[in-house]
Design a protein around this ligand. Structure first.
Ligand SMILES: [Zn+2]
Length: 97
């Protein structure tokens, strides 16, 4: 099995993200759609955050990360309130690296 990096760079997935997001918004008007994949979750948060670091407005080297680890809080996995888009710099600060 291929090991998927938990936090993938999203910058190269902009087009795909926009599509996922618009489909999500469309569905949202009818029902509350459930996010079921990490990719979908990242794409929606990324678009919601206007494709910018939420600390410095950087638009490059962005990552979507979990505010609370879904390993500790499994119920928050794919929760759209539990994600934030950060640049690499602020991601490292956030993670205490
Ligand atoms: Zn930043």
């Amino acid at each position: 099995m291929r090991k998927k990096s938990e936090l993938r760079r999203v910058g190269t997935k902009i087009e795909k993200g926009a599509k996922v997001y618009s489909e999500y918004k469309l569905k949202k008007e009818v029902e509350k759609p459930k996010v079921t994949t990490r990719e979908e979750w990242e794409a929606i948060i990324f678009e919601n955050d206007s494709r910018k670091c939420q600390r410095c407005d950087a638009t490059e080297n962005l990552r979507v990360c979990e505010l609370l680890s879904s390993e500790k809080f499994p119920e928050l996995k794919f929760d759209l309130e539990n994600g934030i888009t950060l640049c690499e710099f602020h991601y490292n600060i956030f993670k205490g690296l």
